[in-house]
Design a protein around this ligand. Structure first.
Ligand code: CDP
Length: 235
């Protein structure tokens, strides 16, 4: 039986997953795992090495021969690729535009899922992504699916990028987000989809604190149920 607790948070771009997942992890003392950062890191490497984004085998080789290190301290999460910090570089508009192409390949995803399961096996974790509740951890203790209107999501992302000094027009951002959502939702392998047993939260009119509180409440209810009836524990 799996001993560690897993909270899965899925949803489209800009739905507030990262901020929410980080805060939930902090409140519970759990580790935070951003699976999108791993797809972004592989995409950055592929772009830097001028690898054709359709060359599935080459992408898998690149992934197998690379080392990713993730670290989260209070609200800041950082990533190193083969020892070099790439925290800012993986969020560039260029990577954002290409990542869904890389993430579409089944063999890339197979490798990523193994890596993610390894990374999440040691401690209690909050894992964030697109297919966490459906594919990576279908037995997660709690599954959350965050949504928000396209407008709200684009506005949030604009603010985030501006704070990082990246200037991009709102309309351009909307088109990018829509395109990425479309590829992510329509791919054959592990599409972005709410798991049947996930709790859906529309965050359009919620503050981050409200989102976090709802998830913590739901988690407390799950733990209480598991304590009352240990046989329903997954794993
Ligand atoms: O933060 P944002 O919502 O922009 O996206 P992200 O979580 O950094 O993920 C970037 C991209 O990686 C997504 O658009 C997906 O194409 C891909 N991804 C995925 O396919 N599966 C995951 N579990 C996580 C991300």
């Amino acid at each position: 039986m799996r001993k560690n607790k897993i909270i899965a948070i899925d949803g489209p771009a800009g739905s507030g997953k990262s901020t929410t997942a980080k805060l939930v992890a902090k409140r519970l003392g759990f580790t935070y795992l951003d699976t999108g950062a791993l797809y972004r890191a592989l995409t950055l490497l592929a772009l830097r090495n001028r690898i054709d984004l359709e060359a599935e085998g080459e992408l898998v080789n690149l992934l197998k021969n690379s080392e990713f290190q993730l670290q989260t301290h209070s609200d800041q999460s950082r990533i190193w690729i083969n020892g070099e910090e790439a925290t800012g570089a993986i969020r560039s508009p260029e990577v954002s535009r290409s990542v869904s192409i890389v993430a579409r390949h089944p063999a890339v995803r197979r490798e990523m899922v193994q890596l993610q399961r390894r990374l999440a096996s040691q401690a209690d974790v909050v894992v964030e992504g697109r297919d966490i509740g459906t594919v990576v951890f279908p037995d997660a203790d709690l599954k959350i699916f965050l949504t928000a209107s396209l407008d709200a999501r684009a506005q949030r992302r604009l603010k985030e990028l501006r704070e990082k000094g990246i200037d991009i027009a709102l309309d351009e951002l909307k088109v990018d987000i829509q395109r990425r959502d479309q590829i992510d939702s329509q791919r054959e392998t592990a599409p972005l989809k709410k798991a049947d047993d996930a709790i859906e939260i529309d965050t359009t009119r919620l503050t981050i604190e409200q989102q976090v509180d709802r998830i913590l409440q739901a988690f407390r209810a799950v733990v209480q149920k598991q304590d009352e009836n240990p046989r329903i524990r997954p794993g």
